[in-house]
Write a protein that binds this ligand. Structure first.
Ligand code: FES
Length: 164
């Protein structure tokens, strides 16, 4: 069973040192190290990029470039609710773009961003494997199917209320 207890930052930093040590002298392992950071910190903090830069002897600009290039990596902590909207073909054909625009409008953020209260993050993903039920939106681990733009405000309210 997955633990719900979050590790403190100092524990993560100590583990990071070990992860970097395992990849010592292997600059090509940068993505692997960054992936570990994303998984464990929940995003890639700037100071962690600086640590990796120093310890792996990789220019900070290169690390920063990799982090911003891959949407897998985030520069900000993800929100309590990670909203992932499918932009696969079936969902696209059935209006996923309009649903995405509505989420952006209602949340006041763009895709790949997080609301200032850290409540919501918005991402786009490729096929979620439920094409027959398109458009599909995944909110954390739960899928919402046959999405329509006018369902968006209600879903956001529902999530806000559930978080109280
Ligand atoms: S294209 Fe969206 S679930 Fe497959």
């Amino acid at each position: 069973m997955e633990s719900t207890v979050k590790k403190c930052r100092c524990d993560l930093d100590a583990e990071l040192e070990k992860v970097i040590a395992r990849h010592e002298g292997k600059k090509d392992d940068l993505i692997e190290v960054l992936y570990w950071v994303q998984e464990n910190y929940g995003y890639i903090p700037k100071d962690v990029q600086l640590i990796i830069s120093e310890k792996m002897d990789i220019p900070f600009s290169k690390i920063s470039g990799v982090v911003t290039f891959y949407h897998l990596f985030s520069l900000k902590p993800k929100g309590k609710y990670e909203i992932s909207l499918c932009r696969g073909t079936a969902c696209h054909v059935r209006g996923a773009s309009r649903v995405l625009e509505r989420f952006e409008k209602e949340l006041g953020i763009k895709t790949h961003d997080t609301t200032n209260d850290n409540m919501f993050s918005l991402e786009v993903v490729r096929c979620l494997g439920a094409c027959g039920l398109a458009p599909v939106v995944k909110i954390n681990k739960e899928s919402r199917v046959r999405m329509k733009t006018d369902l968006v405000p209600g879903i956001i309210n529902e999530l806000k209320n559930a978080a109280k």
